[in-house]
Design a protein around this ligand. Structure first.
Ligand code: NDP
Length: 312
């Protein structure tokens, strides 16, 4: 059974552009007071895939008026040297946001390093102090992806209060903070994970279904209630023709991209399920662009909070 009305696409690119324009205007105002927010991204070692993301973050920063900096210590850097580097960034007055690009080499304890970042500069919102602030509903730096999803729902006027929200995935980066933000929005929240019994029935109970799993097309149409809001966080590469045909048969544009590049990006939700939705986020072009926009917003927020200025 299809949704009674045609599904609305939640256009992440358009919403991210609007957020970035607002951030740029805010930076302009701060500049009049002699404040220029700064963001430092630290990427350890050589990761061609991450490098594209990191460069993109620094480039976007610059385009909005944030002073972006990229530090690339070698893979051989020791844990102590990393802690010294973070301490130096914590002490720098021109740095408002510090982001440590994951994954880190095995010999560096990521949790310990993330805890070394000053909570007021933790623009990823991963520090236990910010996790606690988020949980207790105090002004905090919230993780960018879930914060972006909430912002998207707010701007698209998708009701959250009183809705049954089901979040599939319980990572510290996406699933858990997502559930907490939905709870603060007065949704009734269920968190599912790999040990959940009868995942399908939980998913079918969702008015808002957030998939943050990392498994291509795992949420099938049978798991979706007609009229549900579908938020697809997953970013998976489809490389096999069989898998491609299962999800995208008849999609000529995507087929051309698949033949040209040998792969296409897709989310955790089978695209056939989108036909049932009232609203859905496409992949690509849904949740992804919001993450970077919220990183920019968090950097400005950090700059304001650190100076005792008001934040919304
Ligand atoms: P993690 O691997 O940290 O977490 C995945 C979660 O999915 C876990 O909680 C896991 O359960 C759960 N899970 C795995 N298999 C199943 C299953 N069969 N049934 C139910 N639950 C299952 O991933 P992340 O949260 O970091 O990322 C999730 C996805 O989102 C990835 O594809 C990632 O690339 C993407 N992502 C996209 C972003 C964006 O900007 N668009 C940003 C961040 C992530 P358990 O805890 O029991 O193991």
């Amino acid at each position: 059974m299809k949704s009674l009305t045609a599904p609305h696409i939640l256009d992440g690119n358009a919403i991210a552009a609007a957020i970035k324009a607002e951030v740029a205007a805010e930076i302009e105002q701060l500049r009049a007071h002699g404040i220029r927010p700064g963001l430092t991204v630290v990427m350890v070692g050589n990761h061609p895939a991450s490098e594209v993301y990191v460069r993109n973050k620094v480039k976007t920063s610059a385009s909005l008026g944030i002073v972006g900096e990229m530090l690339t210590p070698p893979e051989s850097i020791t844990a102590d040297e990393m802690l010294t580097l973070i301490a130096a960034l914590n002490a720098r007055d021109d740095v408002d946001g510090i982001l440590i690009q994951l994954p880190l080499p095995r010999h560096i304890d990521a949790k310990r390093l993330l805890e070394a970042v000053a909570p007021e500069k933790d623009v990823d919102g991963f520090h236990p102090v910010n996790v606690g602030r988020l949980q207790t509903g105090q002004p905090a730096l919230a993780p960018c992806t879930p914060a972006g999803i909430i912002e998207m729902l707010r701007r698209a006027k998708v009701p959250v209060a009183g809705q049954n929200a089901v979040v599939v995935g319980r990572s510290d980066i996406v699933g858990k903070p997502m559930a907490m933000l939905l709870l603060h929005g007065n949704a009734t929240v269920t968190i599912c994970h790999s040990k959940t019994k009868d995942l399908a029935s939980f998913c079918r109970s969702a008015d808002i279904l957030v998939a943050a799993i990392g498994k291509a097309g795992m949420i099938t149409p049978e798991m979706v209630r007609p009229g549900a809001v579908l938020i697809d966080v997953g970013m998976n590469r489809v490389t096999s023709q069989t898998e491609f045909d299962r999800f995208f048969a008849g999609d000529a544009k995507r087929e051309a991209a698949f033949q040209k590049n040998g792969s296409v990006l897709m989310g955790d939700i089978d695209p056939h399920a989108f036909e049932l939705a009232s609203y859905y986020t496409p992949v690509p072009g849904g949740v992804g662009p919001l993450t970077i926009a919220m990183l920019m917003a968090n950097t400005v927020r950090a700059a304001r909070l650190r100076r005792g200025l008001s934040v919304s």
